[in-house]
Design a protein. Sequence first.
Length: 211
Amino acid sequence: MSLELLALRQQRIYGTLARDPDLLKEVLPRLPPDVRAEARANATAGAEILSLIGTPSRHAPHLRTQAPPPADVLLGYYREAEKRFGVTWQVLAAVNFIESKFGRVISASSAGAQGPMQFIRATWKAYGLGGDVHDPRDAILGAANYLHASGAPRNYPGALYHYNPARAYVRAVMLYARQMMRDARNFYAYYNWQVFVLTRSGLVQLSGPGA
């Protein structure tokens, strides 16, 4: 089975656990300790993201998607930004992951945020370094610039709260980032997770195999 399909299966499992805390409590004690920690982190991060979603719509919203840049290309951009601004690459990758699934989602948000790192116009004008908000490299460098100006790496939670003023968002970014810090291979797993949206009937897959 390909890495993409294995990652999609992993994503579906953690998505189920994120939506059912009772099931998570039942499953966790049955897992080996290392897998238990990973499962808890991923399910908790997923639950934090779900907590930010309002009432699900009846039908899946129309989102435009595309294939993301290659994983190693993105990793090179994160490392360039880390070297320039001191913001660890795993945090930048976690933001990119949550905001647009590494650039798969190309629609603007309901608040008008754009690009793979989801900047509103005023913030991009201040921190975008004169680049193109839709260009992955420019967006990642702009995000690192903004996070650094907001207190990273000294205070990642505070800097991330400036980026998106929601405690659940901050917790989710840090959980995913720590998973990649623990094992860099988790970046490649997350990279292959796909775009899902929550509707009243459940999750609907918008990208990847079977979408």
